[in-house]
Design a protein around this ligand. Structure first.
Ligand SMILES: [Zn+2]
Length: 344
């Protein structure tokens, strides 16, 4: 399958099988260890690949089956971060979490996801995407007792991410996506150093680069926060013009059941747009027609070859059957619109 327009993809995470980690939880501990865990992760990656392929998703990923959390699993592999003595911090001004502490210069002593990326590439013929956290979101998930500057720490993380991303690219990854939910919260920092550190993380990459900016997983703290944002969510309005000028190829935004005015897509002239057409905060599976409506609405602002129907965010907290249903709805909804446009 190689659709010329409306190629579908997912933001990143998918639910894990119940034998690998407890369902419907973020940071769920592994239920296996040692070699059994390594083998279990690979089996889980095979399962989510088959789910995506059978649903008809064009650009597939590992569903983050090898990570407990989209940020901390990467940080665990760095030097300069103490995981034994955790500190409580407020994440994205929204909820408290016990997080590791930066105690010295951060460094990446070895490849972090190389093995996983090699496995993913070997297990499917479709184009593959790999996700990494963005520098600002990494900074926001830590207590910094060393640099004492969010900007300085972000610049260090950008160098580390760039080294990792170059390795992933060399292993045949087609799209490298940086997750920056913090871009919807710290607008001044996005302008002052956020986009610059994001570009530094992606510097020199020849594969497609993407940034995912969202309103978070469908957990209570995020859902409560969204209620405070008013009738129109215009956070993207200040960020998109900066990203339009950047070298990042693709930008994702939440569209399904969100209050984001879709005309904001117009601020991203020239970019590929990942249109969130699946609501990850609801266990109700969309109909293909609902997905199609979101895609049609977005088509007013972006050409079909630059529009990638996608999920709003990761689906890890959802029941597995719901996520599988949503994958099918996403692919079927995109197919409906392709049919209307005379493309198969
Ligand atoms: Zn997200």
């Amino acid at each position: 399958m190689n659709h010329p327009i409306l190629k579908t993809t997912i933001v990143g995470s998918l639910p894990k099988p119940a034998w690998l980690a407890a369902p419907k939880q973020l940071w769920a501990p592994w239920l296996l260890e040692g070699e059994a865990l390594a083998e279990g992760m690979q089996d889980a990656v095979r399962l989510v690949l088959r789910d995506q392929e059978q649903a008809g998703i064009d650009i597939v990923g590992d569903g983050e089956q090898t990570r407990r959390h989209f940020v901390t699993t990467l940080i665990e592999n760095l030097e300069g971060v103490d995981f034994q003595h955790k500190k409580t911090v407020r994440i994205r001004n929204r909820y408290d979490a016990d997080v590791p502490m930066v105690t010295g210069p951060v460094a990446r002593p070895r490849s972090i996801f190389g093995e996983h990326a090699r496995f993913l590439r070997a297990e499917t013929d479709r184009p593959v995407k790999f996700t990494l956290p963005g520098p600002m979101t990494m900074v926001d998930t830590l207590y910094d007792g060393y640099y004492r500057s969010r900007e300085k720490l972000a610049r260090e993380f950008a160098k580390i991410l760039n080294a990792e991303a170059r390795e992933l690219e060399a292993l045949g990854i087609d799209v490298i996506q940086f997750d920056e939910p913090a871009f919807n919260v710290f607008m001044d920092e996005v302008r002052d150093w956020g986009v610059e550190t994001l570009e530094a993380a992606a510097a020199g990459l020849k594969c497609k680069t993407a940034v995912h900016i969202c309103y978070g997983y469908g957990i209570k703290a995020n859902n409560d926060w969204k209620k405070t944002l008013g009738s129109e969510w215009r956070q993207y309005e200040s960020t998109f013009p900066l990203l339009a000028k950047s070298k990042i190829d693709q930008v994702s935004l939440e569209c399904a059941n969100s209050r984001v005015p879709l005309e904001l897509i117009g601020l991203l002239k020239g970019k590929d747009i990942m249109v969130g057409a699946i609501d990850v905060a609801s266990e109700q599976v969309e109909t293909p027609e609902q997905v199609a409506q979101t895609v049609r609405a977005a088509l007013k602002y972006v050409a079909p070859e630059k529009l990638y129907p996608c999920t709003n965010c990761g689906m890890v907290p959802l029941p597995r059957a719901v996520a599988q249903g949503k994958l099918k709805a996403l692919a079927a909804g995109a197919a409906l619109v392709r049919g209307e446009l005379g493309s198969s």
